[in-house]
Design a protein around this ligand. Structure first.
Ligand code: AMP
Length: 378
C-alpha cells in the first residue's frame, strides 16, 4: 500500500493567498527553488532585496510571487514595475506574472520599444496594476504622460548587470526618481560589478543581500567538450555534429549578428535551422523563438542575446561555434542547457585565434572540459 503523499503542495511552507497557491500549482511548481526560498519571505515582509542569481534559478518567480501577493488587484493604479533589459525578457517575465496573478485579477502590461505605441496606449487605458518594461520605452510613456509612476510601490530591476552593459542606467535612475521614495525595491543581477553595488546603495534602503551560488555547469549536469577546428572548417564540423549527435534542440552561438546570418545562409538547406539575433525585427525574433520552442527549427543560431534572459526550455546542446568572449560568457551560454537538473552537452569550437580564451577556460573548468571525439582531419 502506498501512503498518500502531501495532498496540498506547501511550496516550502510559505503562506500565500488561495489564488496564488492555485496558480503555483497550475504551473506545476511543487517546491520553491533556492532563490525563491530566500527572496520571497524577505520581499513579502516589505524589505528591499538584492539577489545575485542567474536566469534558470527561478528568479522571476522569486519576485513575481511577492508582486501578486502584496499588490492590490482591485485598485486601478499601476503599483508594480519590473524593469528588464530586453524585449524577449519583458515578454517572458510578463507571461510568468500573468500566470501567477491571473486568478487574483491582475492586469499586466508589457512596454518595449519596437512595438506600436498605440497598442500600448490601448493596454494602458485598461488600468494595469503591473508593468513590465524596458527602460527607454517606459521613459517615453512617462514623458508623454501615458504612464504615471506615483503609485509604484514595488519596483524590480531585473538583470541589473545587463541593463548596465546596455547603457540603461541613466534611464533607470530617471524612472526611479518618478516613483515614491517609500517604494520597495528589489534588484536582481547575475554579477555584481561596482556600479551595481552603487545602485543598491543609492536607490535602496538597507537591502537584504541574497546570493545563490552561480549554477556553474558541472560535470554531473553538462558534458563539456572542446573541438579543435580551423576557422575555415567550422561549418563542416558543425554539419557533421548536427548529423552525428543526438540533438533534441541546440543553440549555436555566434559572436555577431552578421556571422549568425552568414552561418544561417550556409546551412540554409538544413530545414531544422533557425536564427535569432538583435538585428532582426521584433516580429521576426518572436517567430524565430516560437519556431524553436515548438521544435519546428530545433537548431537555433544565436548571438549572446539568447545566452541570457531568455527562458528556452529543454536545450540538449549548446554549441559555441565562435569562442565566447570570456569565461563568464561561456558560463552563461552553457548555462542554457542542463537547467533545472536536466542533462545537456556543450561543445566549444577552438579555432586558431581562440587560444588565449581557451587557456582561461581550461584553467577555470579543469578536467570537466574534454576533447570531443569528432575527428575532421583523419
Ligand atoms: P527563471 O530563472 O525565472 O528564468 O526560471 C527558470 C525556469 O524555471 C522557468 O521556466 C520557470 O517557469 C521555472 N521555475 C521557476 N520556479 C520554479 C519552481 N519552483 N519549480 C519548478 N520550476 C520553476
Amino acid at each position: 500500500m502506498q501512503l498518500a503523499t502531501q495532498v496540498e503542495p506547501t511550496f516550502g511552507g510559505l503562506a500565500f493567498r488561495p489564488e496564488t497557491k492555485r496558480a503555483i500549482r497550475a504551473l506545476g511548481w511543487t517546491q520553491p527553488t533556492p532563490i525563491q526560498t530566500r527572496v520571497i519571505p524577505v520581499m513579502i515582509s516589505g524589505k528591499d532585496v538584492v539577489g545575485q542569481a542567474q536566469t534558470g534559478s527561478g528568479k522571476t518567480g522569486a519576485f513575481a510571487i511577492p508582486l501578486v501577493e502584496r499588490l492590490n488587484a482591485t485598485v486601478r493604479t499601476l503599483q508594480g514595475l519590473v524593469l528588464v533589459p530586453t524585449r524577449e525578457l519583458a515578454i517572458q517575465v510578463t507571461d510568468e506574472i500573468r500566470a501567477l496573478g491571473r486568478e487574483s485579477g491582475f492586469r499586466v502590461v508589457t512596454l518595449f520599444g519596437g512595438q506600436s505605441i498605440e497598442r500600448q496606449f490601448a493596454e494602458l487605458r485598461r488600468y494595469p496594476q503591473i508593468a513590465v518594461a524596458t527602460p527607454g520605452r517606459l521613459l517615453d510613456h512617462v514623458q508623454r504622460g501615458t504612464v504615471k509612476l506615483g503609485g509604484a510601490t514595488m519596483v524590480i530591476l531585473d538583470e541589473g548587470d545587463r541593463m548596465l552593459d546596455m547603457g540603461f542606467l541613466p534611464d533607470v535612475s530617471r524612472i526611479l526618481s518618478q516613483t515614491p521614495s517609500s517604494r520597495q525595491t528589489a534588484l536582481f543581477s547575475a554579477t555584481m560589478p561596482t556600479a551595481i553595488h552603487a545602485i543598491a546603495k543609492q536607490q535602496m534602503r538597507d537591502p537584504v543581500w541574497v546570493r545563490i551560488a552561480t549554477p556553474t555547469p558541472t560535470v554531473e549536469t553538462v558534458e563539456q567538450f572542446y573541438l579543435e577546428v580551423a576557422e575555415e572548417d567550422k561549418v563542416r564540423a558543425l554539419r557533421s555534429l548536427l548529423n552525428k549527435e543526438e540533438i533534441d534542440s541546440a543553440l549555436v552561438f555566434r559572436r555577431t549578428k552578421h556571422r549568425a546570418d552568414r552561418l544561417a545562409r550556409a546551412l540554409r538547406s538544413d530545414r531544422r535551422v533557425g536564427v535569432l539575433h538583435g538585428g532582426m525585427r521584433q516580429g521576426a525574433r518572436l517567430q524565430a523563438l516560437r519556431a524553436f520552442e515548438e521544435k519546428r527549427t530545433p537548431i537555433l543560431i544565436a548571438t549572446n542575446l539568447a545566452s541570457r534572459g531568455l527562458d528556452l526550455p529543454e536545450i540538449s546542446h549548446v554549441i559555441n561555434f565562435d569562442m565566447p568572449e570570456d569565461v563568464e560568457t561561456y558560463i552563461h551560454r552553457v548555462g542554457r542547457t542542463a537547467r533545472m537538473g536536466r542533462a545537456g552537452t556543450a561543445i566549444t569550437f577552438v579555432g586558431q585565434f581562440d587560444l588565449e580564451i581557451f587557456d582561461q577556460l581550461k584553467r577555470n573548468l579543469g578536467s570537466s572540459l574534454k576533447r570531443h571525439p569528432l575527428n575532421l582531419y583523419s
